[in-house]
Design a protein around this ligand. Structure first.
Ligand code: SAH
Ligand code: SF4
Length: 350
């Protein structure tokens, strides 16, 4: 019999099992809950204030399904990339320490169906959706590692790893609820951002369904170029995307983050930045400029310093904040778009 994930149990279900089935006193519910969601242990045997037989009963009914850590690499910039092994395959996530926070970049799928021409994950094709407990266990494993190696817990989560979160919408949403609910992991909604390539109907739903931040990967504000970079643009073109973002804004007061990947001689011209400014009219946004990292397409190159500066200056002259975000962990293939599970055991599995 496969055990149920303990992360899939709500408090009243746990109470029912502990009090009615296992005849425990009610305070045991608080204790177990605190171990899981406040102390964030991932092993019943560590729940030291519980009687041994209760720990045994719990472990014979439930599991944390914590993935094995197949590989761990530390970047020169302090970021740590983890390769985690789930029963359906391997998943990468990246811990990124900054001065004021520790961010974790999580994956929502193994591979990705969207097929952006600059992204390594796309080269895997789509393999599996992760269920929400598998998104949460990335956080739990990474948090342990962050606490032990960096001496700081994870404070921020970005859904920018492998996969398209809005093509695995219900699991993405459930994981967000658990990360932010005061009953569960209690992270601030302001500290979590979900990035999408532009699944328009879900952008509008997301404004209603979650208070976490939204980032949208734009790539280009010129339809033909965007389609070349991000084939999703065939189904959800720029006009539709803009309508979705305007609708999002009607419901949510949050600034939208627009991620604009800069590729040498491709989307960095004056016409390109003018098209971007036009696209952004009436939108409350901040633009993150992301210079291309290594890419599977060998005709794409990172932008020259001058291209970055000119592009950015034009945006700033139009009063659009546009920080340049150099990717972290690029020396260990942990940067934006570089996540793909090349590990041998993963190849055997898939
Ligand atoms: N599927 C979602 C989230 C994962 S991709 C999305 O596309 O938004 C996260 C970010 O990585 C996206 O903004 C994407 O534009 C960026 N990215 C992908 N490949 C990249 C590369 N080679 N260099 C720099 N950024 C890249
Ligand atoms: Fe998928 Fe995002 Fe990569 Fe595009 S950039 S292929 S949507 S993971």
């Amino acid at each position: 019999m496969t055990l149920r994930s303990i992360l899939d149990i709500n408090r009243s279900e746990l109470e029912d099992i502990l009090v009615n089935t296992l005849s425990c006193k009610k305070f045991r519910v608080d204790q177990v809950w605190e171990w899981i969601y406040t102390k964030r242990v991932v092993d019943f045997s560590q729940m030291k204030n519980l009687p041994k037989n209760l720990r045994f009963e719990l472990s014979s009914r439930f599991s944390f399904y914590i993935p094995g850590i197949l590989d761990q690499k530390q970047s020169k910039d302090g970021s740590i990339k983890l390769l985690l092994e789930y029963d359906i395959g391997c998943v990468e996530c990246v811990i990124m320490p900054f001065e004021d926070r520790v961010s974790l970049c999580v994956s929502t799928q193994i591979g990705c169906a969207v097929g952006c021409s600059f992204c390594y994950t796309a080269t895997m094709g789509f393999k599996h959706n992760l269920d929400y407990t598998q998104i949460l266990t990335q956080f739990l494993v990474a948090n342990r590692i962050s606490e032990t190696q960096l001496k700081r817990p994870i404070t921020h989560v970005v859904y920018m790893g492998m996969g398209e979160p809005f093509l695995n919408y219900s699991n993405t949403l459930k994981s967000l609820e658990k990360l932010t609910s005061s009953e569960y992991y209690n992270l601030s909604v302001r500290s979590i951002t979900v990035s999408t390539s532009g699944i328009c109907d879900k952008i509008v739903s997301f404004a209603k369904d979650s208070k976490c931040g939204l980032a949208i990967s734009l790539g280009s504000a010129v339809d033909e170029k965007r389609t070349k970079l991000m084939p999703i643009n065939k189904n959800y073109g720029l006009k539709r995307l803009k309508e979705a973002l305007l609708q999002y804004q009607k419901i949510s007061s949050k600034l939208i983050t627009v991620e604009y990947i800069l590729i040498h001689n491709l989307n960095t011209s004056l016409q390109d930045v003018k098209a971007l400014v036009k696209f952004l009219t009436y939108l409350r946004v901040k633009v993150n400029l992301i210079p291309l990292n290594a890419s599977p397409n060998d005709s794409y190159f990172p932008p020259l310093e001058e291209e970055i500066l000119n592009f950015r200056e034009y945006l700033v002259s139009k009063r659009i904040p546009a920080p340049v975000r150099y990717s972290r962990a690029s020396d260990i293939y942990g940067a934006c778009g570089q996540l793909r599970t090349l590990n041998e055991s993963n190849n055997k599995k898939n």
